[in-house]
Design a binder for this molecule. Structure first.
Ligand code: SF4
Length: 65
């Protein structure tokens, strides 16, 4: 089972980095806040998603426990 990832939009700085790097997983909504696209949890490997988690300046991308 792939792990689920989510964005805590309260902390998102709207930098767009995750959507630029991994558009199959992340996109920006009308308020310029990142979200996980439908099916995004399985669209990329855990390592690629973990990289975005580690690089996110808002530290607001998390795995669901
Ligand atoms: S990298 Fe982090 S702060 Fe930047 S848009 Fe994505 S979720 Fe928001």
């Amino acid at each position: 089972m792939p792990k689920d990832v989510y964005v805590d939009q309260d902390e998102c700085t709207s930098c767009g980095q995750c959507a630029d790097n991994l558009p199959e997983v992340f996109a920006m909504d009308d308020d310029d806040l990142a979200y996980v696209v439908d099916g995004g949890n399985t669209a990329a490997g855990e390592d690629a998603i973990q990289e975005e988690i580690d690089q996110c300046p808002g530290e607001c991308i998390h795995w669901k426990e």
